[in-house]
Design a protein around this ligand. Structure first.
Ligand code: MG
Ligand code: MG
Length: 255
């Protein structure tokens, strides 16, 4: 069942989304060569706590995972795509880092992710990140009443394919509200004009995951959580929580 949010509820979700955006901005500002992923996790934890919110990822334990998630953020580096654990690993110059963060404030959830390079950036990595952000913008632009879910999925995939990148198999966005993961699942590939008609009041987390090697296959790390590209190529992941409104798409995870 897809819950339709009324405008007051969307406003409450925007407040939760702002906490997530602030946490991501703090993590990015703190990122530098030599800083550990665990340090970045602490920065996000402090930002969320200071806002009176609670982290959504910490102790999250879906059926497929071997253990509860041990971090406030997911930190996925280089060939890691998503669900990376914030370990004591220290960032090195040229690392491509994807940070995913979720928080709940006053009962409402926000979920967003950013990708960036630490230190000296390789042009290929910057292009991959740029394409991933472009795919997200395209998906957001399609999230409007009168469109269908397939229009959003197609918009994301069209950018990825036009720029020569692959999309992670089996993973995509999701509805979000009181829970971090609600219906519907939002594939990152789909057929335009097909699927669920979008209504004002739907709130969706859109999250393209692009693979530099052009493939879609992944392997799960020994920790049972981290997903890395099967071909070892680099990956980028960006995400916003977006409300479908009569006036068009509204991004809720902004500072
Ligand atoms: Mg996320
Ligand atoms: Mg998400």
């Amino acid at each position: 069942m897809i819950e339709v949010k009324v405008p007051d509820q969307v406003a409450a979700m925007r407040a939760a989304g702002r906490v997530v955006a602030d946490a991501l901005a703090a993590v990015r500002a703190h990122s530098a060569v030599g800083v550990s992923l665990r340090d970045l996790d602490a920065v996000a934890a402090e930002t969320i706590a200071a806002a009176g919110a609670e982290p959504l990822f910490l102790d999250y334990h879906p059926r497929w995972a071997p253990s509860p998630f041990p971090g406030v953020i997911c930190a996925s580096v280089n060939d890691e795509v998503v669900h990376g654990i914030p370990t004591t690993r220290r960032l090195a110059s040229g690392d491509l880092v994807s940070i995913d963060c979720g928080a709940r404030l006053d009962g409402w959830s926000g979920d967003a992710a950013i990708s960036f390079v630490v230190g000296h950036a390789d042009a290929a990595d910057l292009d991959l990140i740029d394409a991933t952000e472009e795919a997200l913008r395209a998906g957001i632009a399609a999230a409007r009443p009168g469109n269908r879910l397939g229009d959003v999925s197609h918009a994301i995939a069209a950018v990825a394919h036009a720029r020569g990148y692959g999309l992670l198999a089996d993973h995509g966005g999701h509805g979000i509200g009181r829970q971090m993961h609600e219906d519907p699942f939002v594939p990152n590939e789909g057929r335009p004009g097909r699927g669920l008609p979008l209504r004002a009041g739907f709130v969706l987390a859109l999250e393209p995951m692009l693979l530099a090697g052009g493939g879609r296959d992944y392997r799960t790390g020994a920790d049972g959580w981290t997903l890395a590209t099967a071909d070892g190529s680099r990956a980028a992941h960006v995400e916003h929580t977006v409300a479908v409104t009569e006036g068009g798409p509204a991004i809720l995870t902004l500072p």
